[in-house]
Design a protein around this ligand. Sequence first.
Ligand SMILES: Cc1cc2nc3c(=O)[nH]c(=O)nc-3n(C[C@H](O)[C@H](O)[C@H](O)COP(=O)(O)OP(=O)(O)OC[C@H]3O[C@@H](n4cnc5c(N)ncnc54)[C@H](O)[C@@H]3O)c2cc1C
Ligand SMILES: *[C@@H]1O[C@H](CO)[C@@H](O)[C@H](O)[C@H]1NC(C)=O
Ligand SMILES: *[C@@H]1O[C@H](CO)[C@@H](O)[C@H](O)[C@H]1NC(C)=O
Ligand SMILES: *[C@@H]1O[C@H](CO)[C@@H](O)[C@H](O)[C@H]1NC(C)=O
Ligand SMILES: *[C@@H]1O[C@H](CO)[C@@H](O)[C@H](O)[C@H]1NC(C)=O
Length: 523
Amino acid sequence: MLFWAHTLSATLLAACFFSQTYPLPLTTQSVLKDRPKDARVLILGGGMAGVIAAKTLHEQGIDDFIIVEGKGELGGRMLSHRFGAVNNQWTIELGANWVQGTQTGDGPANPIWTLAQKHNIALQSSDYFGNVATYDASGPVDFQDVFRQSIRDFQSLTAVAGARVPHSLVDMTARSGYALSGSRPVTAHDMAAEYYQFDWEFGATPEETSWLASSWVHNRSTPGDPASSDEDSAHNNTFRTFSPSNLLSTDQRGFKTLILDEAKTFLDPEEQVRLNATVTTIHTSEHGVTVVLEDGTALVADYALCTFSLGVLQHDDVRFVPPLPAWKQEAIHSMAMGTYTKIFLQFPYRFWFDTEMALYADPERGRYPVWQSLDHDAFFPDSGILFVTVTGEFSRRIESMTDSAVQTEILSVLRAMYPNTTIPDPLDFYFQRWYRDPFFRGSYSNWPANFLSEHQTNMRANVDERLWFAGEATSKKHFGYLHGAYLEGRDIGLALADCMQGGDCFGLEHVDRVRTARPYDIV
Ligand SMILES: Cc1cc2nc3c(=O)[nH]c(=O)nc-3n(C[C@H](O)[C@H](O)[C@H](O)COP(=O)(O)OP(=O)(O)OC[C@H]3O[C@@H](n4cnc5c(N)ncnc54)[C@H](O)[C@@H]3O)c2cc1C
Ligand SMILES: *[C@@H]1O[C@H](CO)[C@@H](O)[C@H](O)[C@H]1NC(C)=O
Ligand SMILES: *[C@@H]1O[C@H](CO)[C@@H](O)[C@H](O)[C@H]1NC(C)=O
Ligand SMILES: *[C@@H]1O[C@H](CO)[C@@H](O)[C@H](O)[C@H]1NC(C)=O
Ligand SMILES: *[C@@H]1O[C@H](CO)[C@@H](O)[C@H](O)[C@H]1NC(C)=O
């Protein structure tokens, strides 16, 4: 059963209860009541969701907001870096790099694709399922048959999952799903091929991921019936709603230009943005919100819209006073944050594959498996830049190593891949430690088997009237993606504007307690 997030009596009760248990500091209380508000809305976080929420409020006639961002620049997980020796430098993307899905016919367009066109972002088509060179610890080895089989195995995984949905059969891990649909990888080649289909997309293993959600969000198989049939429309995910194509940004201003330039169209950087402003505490009461920054500054407003990543919420980097209600905490901790780490190397010349992608099968699953060449006609020819991606546990492992230790491991893998080649010393080396970064704590959210639809509802719901949430992790259909963050910034921004302008504010519904369908039979 669903309950409204906010009722007047519940708020008063909560306020009385919490004012005893968790007293606000006296200064904060008096600030709340007596000080003029700094703005009507504080938008916490200036990534895609925060900037688009701001734009949405602006379009609804609400300009009295401030975006509060901890970094020195807007953009969040759109993060670029100047990389390479002085005479051969390139802008590379440490975070989001692809526009995933564009537009089919005159169907709905991916809003990131629309923004990219509006701001003339340089994009190149990227076909990472196409021509993939294969290697293992003994050098170049052709296991294309295994690679093609892994694509079919992923299709079976999604097909069998799809057949369970109409019968309301329970979710399991994608590992169980793979086994039940007949795929049980054993060799290093099997595991590397599966990794490419799965972990490389989700930033997490099949063991850590929901079978149904992973099947649903990455179902790239073409519907049997015309795309417009109701049933298939209900199956729309990123690739069906927009298109199956992926475009890689090669823009030397940085991919983030699309959001920075969009911000310039409506945002006053002096009045409406605070950069280098790290939020430490979010106080809420029936009067409004007080947001305390690291330097002690308090900002007072009627509403807060929190767009911090799921990882930030999970790590208690920001304190909520009163603490978030149990239903919100459970939602936050039942979803997972994946990690996806691109490790960049620049060499004096290219000695590697001339395809876009390569797959390396180490005896250890997930050890430096996916290689991507930027020194490629379509991207940065003669750049000498190659990068390798690791995910999940392996990302967290290398984040606690020194750069030089990681580089040493990678060079030894390259020597295994190219046994007869002298590998030159890299000219530059760089990777972003996403998990350790207190502004991110991982790369993007992932749906584990224990994350139920009701948890999803609760991830998204506001807490009472004052505190709202948006970001890639609150998106049911497009979590993990830039366009998920965009669409949530817009939809939650609209709901908040409605609430501010409509008088009675109920907000979004939540479920007070998420229950199993039947009692546990354990006695
Ligand atoms: C390595 C990597 C690769 C990716 N690849 C793609 C891709 O190719 N295509 C795609 O569509 N998506 C990709 N994504 C996902 C995409 O980047 C995200 O979904 C999207 O950028 C999230 O936007 P957001 O606004 O929800 O969150 P964020 O961008 O995280 O914005 C939240 C903001 O809050 C700020 N913040 C956090 N804590 C505090 C604090 N205490 N005080 C003040 N400010 C704070 C952060 O600095 C940040 O700017 C990738 C992500 C990563 C990390
Ligand atoms: C943010 O901090 C960085 C690093 O200290 C500094 O270079 C930059 O000028 C600051 N930006 C703003 C807007 O305060
Ligand atoms: C994936 O798409 C196919 C083709 O439309 C469909 O039969 C299957 O049920 C879908 N799977 C899921 C999990 O939606
Ligand atoms: C599903 O995608 C198709 C093809 O892009 C589109 O025509 C249709 O409107 C979408 N349906 C929904 C419910 O989004
Ligand atoms: C490396 O050299 C050895 C000896 O000449 C040869 O047998 C082997 O095929 C070569 N391997 C590759 C990957 O070229």
